[in-house]
Ligand binder design. Sequence first.
Ligand SMILES: [Fe+2]
Length: 191
Amino acid sequence: MITQEDIRALFSAQLEKIGDEELREKVVRTFTTACLLGGWETADEIRDMPFTLLTDCHGIGFVAHTIAVTEGALALARAQIEACEALPYAIDLDRLVAGGLLHDVGKLLEIEKDGEGGYRKSRSGRCLRHPISGAILAADGGLPDEVVNTIACHSKEGEGRPQVVETVFIHQADFATFNPLVMLDGGRLIP
Ligand SMILES: [Fe+2]
């Protein structure tokens, strides 16, 4: 069984950037609950799980992707804060890190092992894509609506919809990890 301690160990460098202790604990609890509901039993299993079934991940797993997106979104936010004297919007870094860590938490329900060494979309995943199941998990976990927005709207479900600014950064960081893989397999990534 994956414990809260496992989740704290996997994401320690990101979790320690969340200043609000209550928010940090809700992130850990929601992640742990998703592992339990998805039937994931060890930290290695969620490390090895591909972060998407839509393209070849070339070995990039769910945990590495989650960290890359969280840190990428944070870097985008910090670049703007440092470069622009007066941004016309406030950026909440706690919300950004919480949303980055949880943006794909629904994938723990959407993806399952196929019993033959591979992975497939689960029944839950066919009913609810990960932005929807992740949003439900986060809302159930008591996370604020703004963090739920980062999850619900980070992918195509959020196109053209109202978003907190942290959702924008998470979306961009997410597609900066996904698009090159799609382009690589399509022969459109110039080496
Ligand atoms: Fe993602």
